[in-house]
Design a protein around this ligand. Structure first.
Ligand code: GTP
Ligand code: MG
Length: 482
């Protein structure tokens, strides 16, 4: 029985120690967990082979094997040549080499890394092309050629060195069936997909299975986008319909400054609640994209004072003043339109016009003041005595929802761009200096979304809108290309 290969097409990831083999696999298979797949700056970190299945619905579609790095390639090369005698060593010689060395030989790393290959695995040879080509690399490539297995070289460039890159490509070309670039720290979905597609070129025998795997990851990606759109809409809807309220006692009702104090308290609570909703939404998004290490930098309090009190936030994020005025006008017009059924074309009826004016005025941004919330005082009867409750939320400024949307899109991009192979500082930070995305949306899209947002402020039940959902999915798809 084989230890490393299975019914699934298997590919061993090999190369000199510290070239980024484990990182490449972490990124390809979206494993950001050192307990499962250890990535480290210390060479020789991986000391044994590890099978890593690519599974869908519990079925192993493809299998990758992480291997220890080459430590003494030149010694291994000479040893294998001596074992073989005349001519070029073949798979049979390598099999004998593995059997001889894997338990207590001096070339144990070389034996262990070759084991899955002699058992039938194809191989992905990882190289950092910013390193100079030395004899030990040539020995590694030579041994890889002796295996006769389907093999591809992957350039995982850690530094920058254009000159060497060309030299490496030329050299690798004579040992490998295919040479491709795959950067463990930068590769996103498209690059991961391209790598799987390249397997088709080296492994004709498993074409059907590899193609099937690609269509499964495609479907899965579409599903993730849709889940993200649901998370986003749920968040916006929740945020816009949210109100904080408190029962006013008689004094608070009568004394204006006490009422004002209550309002301030509620305002603080309101933003804290929005912060919690937002945090929850990002946590869900991280889960959808399988990030465990990555965290979103969002303290529950960050809404009070920090972000929203800065005029810069209101100016750079969300829609521009004129866009919000137009969108607000369109959304305002929806309410009025009911009175105005039948009139169409350029000449608006009276109902629509009033609606539009009200909406536009409400959407206008007022200077640099702290975000004011809408306030509502409602009558309630409590234990026979009638008293009033104070309700606050959402902000007067209609750009609020757009700022939330923009920030979500920004984080979406950060999250999908973060490769799982990275183990460094894992924080998606707020980038206030960056501009958002929503200003670039078509007017039609902005209006459609704004209309839905305005509806959310008026209802407590989240209401799903298939048209807006499709727009959101499409926006994600476009952002992924940026
Ligand atoms: N900047 C940069 N660093 C990388 C990249 N790929 C890997 N590294 C770093 O290189 C170091 C080694 O990465 P590993 O993936 O552990 O390398 P390995 O080939 O598995 O090493 P061994 O298991 O020890 O043979 C780690 O510190 C990685 O973070 C990359 O694309 N860019
Ligand atoms: Mg490793």
């Amino acid at each position: 029985m084989n230890d490393w290969t299975s019914d699934a097409p298997t590919f061993a990831v090999v190369g000199k120690t510290n070239m980024g083999k484990s990182s490449v696999l972490s990124t390809l298979l979206e494993i950001d967990n050192d307990a499962i797949l250890r990535v480290s700056d210390t060479p020789g970190e991986t000391t044994r082979c590890q099978a890593l299945p690519l599974e869908f619905d519990g079925k192993e579609q493809l299998r990758f094997v992480d291997t220890p790095g080459f430590q003494r390639a030149q010694d291994a090369m000479r040893h294998i040549q001596a074992m073989h005698g005349e001519g070029s060593p073949n798979l049979e010689t390598l099999r004998r080499f593995v059997a001889e060395q894997k338990d207590q030989g001096e070339l144990v790393d070389e034996a262990l890394l070759l084991e899955p290959i002699v058992e039938g695995a194809g191989l992905l040879y990882v190289i950092d092309p910013s390193k100079p080509i030395r004899d030990d690399f040539i020995a590694e490539m030579e041994i890889m050629r002796w295996t006769g297995r389907p093999r591809m070289a992957l350039l995982n460039e850690k530094g920058e060195n254009e000159e060497r890159l060309a030299e490496w490509k030329a050299r690798l070309g004579s040992y490998f069936n295919l040479v491709r670039t795959f950067n463990a720290h930068r590769a996103r979905f498209e690059e991961r997909r391209r790598l799987l597609k390249s397997l088709l070129e080296i492994d004709e025998e498993h074409r059907a299975r590899i193609e099937n795997t690609i269509s499964l990851i495609d479907e899965e990606w579409i599903q993730r986008r849709e889940e993200s759109a649901e998370i986003l809409m749920d968040f916006l809807s929740r945020a816009m319909s949210h109100r904080e309220s408190v029962q006013l006692d008689e004094k608070e009702e009568e004394l204006e400054h006490r009422k004002e104090r209550k309002k301030e308290e509620l305002t603080k609570n309101y933003y804290a609640s929005i912060g919690k909703f937002e945090k929850k939404a990002y946590q869900k998004l991280l889960k959808v994209y399988r990030h465990k290490l990555l965290k979103v930098d969002l303290s529950d309090e960050h809404f009070t004072g920090v972000d929203l009190s800065s005029e810069e936030t209101w100016q750079k994020w969300g829609l521009s003043r004129s866009q919000i005025t137009i969108a607000g006008g369109v959304a305002g017009g929806v309410a009025g339109a009911a009175v105005d059924l039948g009139s169409a074309g350029l000449t608006h009826g009276l109902g629509t016009l009033f609606g539009a004016l009200g909406g536009a005025a409400g959407a206008f941004f007022k200077g640099d003041s702290l975000p004011e919330l809408k306030v509502d005082a409602g009558g309630v009867s409590l234990a026979g005595q009638s008293s009033k409750a104070l309700y606050v939320g959402p902000p007067e400024n209609d750009n609020f929802a757009w700022i939330l949307l923009d920030r979500f899109l920004h984080h979406y991009r950060e999250i999908i761009s973060r490769s799982h192979g990275r183990r460094d500082e894992a924080l998606v930070e707020r980038q206030e200096k960056d501009a958002g995305f929503v200003r670039g949306l078509t007017r039609d899209r902005r209006n459609k979304i704004h209309r839905w947002i305005s509806q959310q402020t008026k209802t407590e039940e989240a209401n799903f809108d298939a048209g807006v959902f499709h727009e959101m999915v499409e926006i994600f798809r476009e952002i992924e290309k940026t």
